[in-house]
Design a protein around this ligand. Sequence first.
Ligand code: AHR
Length: 510
Amino acid sequence: MRILFGAAIALAMASPALADTNVTVDADAPAPKYDKRIFGQFAEHLGNGIEDGIWVGKDSPIPNENGYRKDVLDALRAIKVPLVRWPGGCFADEYHWREAIGPKTGRKVKINTHWGYVTEDNKFGTHEFMNFAEAVGAEPYVSGNIGSAPPYEMAEWVEYMTAPIGSSLAKERAENGRKEPWNLSMFGLGNELWGCGGNMRAEYAADITRRYSTFVKTPAGQKTMKVASGASDFNTHWTDVMMERAGQFFDGIGVHYYTVPNNWEHKGSAIGFDEEQWARTLAKTVRMDDVIVAHSKVMDKHDPEKRVALLIDEWGTWYDKDPGTHDGFLRQQNSLRDALVTSLNFDIFAKHTDRVRGANIAQMVNVLQAMMFTEGAKMVKTPTYHVFDLYQGYQDGIVYPVNVETPEYAKDEWSLAKISASAVRGTDGVLRIALTNVDPKASEKVSITLDGASGKAVSGRIITAARMDAHNTFEDKDAVVPKPFGGAKINGSRLMLTMPAKSVVMLEVR
Ligand code: AHR
């Protein structure tokens, strides 16, 4: 009896036809690495993204390290956040760095004209940000003001951050508490120059980018990646003009693609939605693939060597604000649906690592598709955070191409592949395979064939929940968290498992 049972398993493992979805991992043809910068995050001066989200100040009763919330810092360190983009967003092109350095009492209080018309006291400035990035262990990505400041202001800011001891600006930095220069990994040449960054035409923006880029100078030995302000969605004309006219003056160009379920006037609710909204949101988020393909094609024309990186500078869901929250603060709940949005995008990025070498989810804390919510001393991690955790073994790993034969999941006019997958061999040598089942009602049998690889053991973690809009709250922090997944079986180079409905699974093959 025991032998027969064993034989039945062996037969099932040898016959992918018994599965509804067949995934092939091509370990013989590795693609460019999964750049850890793809797990970057965006922190803008917007709502409670920084104030109360990251920064509470040294005198706060909320436990902190030099003014940074301890709970948030620890959570960010735990998922090894590699990159943080700051201070905007739209905020960047109205930001004047001098207003936010030196003694806190002397800092300029301004109106944040983009986000809620509230006061911005500038207590979190260059020092607070650069030290924050260091405390997290992340690279800083600073976006310069091109829309409303002269090149000289930007050049001085770069010198202030990066010049070794010697110049007046370096001396001023030391007097303000930082003797050694910071390492400025990335510098953004404005943000959304076609919109809030100055409403420029692509041709004018290309000229401006050439001009400002000329004055971003860092000391020998410090390589700062210059990033041009990119297009939104499918505006490939922008990318075309920027690449053609200014491509030699930058190392990366951004693109922004938000997943808005309905339209900008009525975006849709973060929770309490039906299956049509579920399907619509996921079908729209996988259009990220088309966005990347479209911009990459244009970039290939001007840069066949792929020197210039495509950075998904802002991505994530954008819903209607949570009822009762401040206008312009972009506070939205985060559910299991957001977890699947995250995993689907991470799988898409894996297909394009030849061009996509960085991304920043919008945003880090309390804003849009956030990692965490805070309220006073309380903090809760979102389902999105937990997917970042699940995928962290992908950072800088070798990408293996995957082929997925899977049925379609459809609801009304919206459809997409039922199973999404990606595979990466981590820097620790472990082969990881991520799978997402977007069907909210039906499980799916999956067979995985490893071409050119095999394993002896498989373990896994899963994120799922009973409801499509399940979410974590301050009262119930563990409604959507990763749990051990023991449902996968391995026999050499063949794996079999059943993916529960609406789930994300990360397998580890050893
Ligand atoms: O992330 C919110 C805003 O969305 C950013 O400030 C802007 O760049 C984009 O339009």
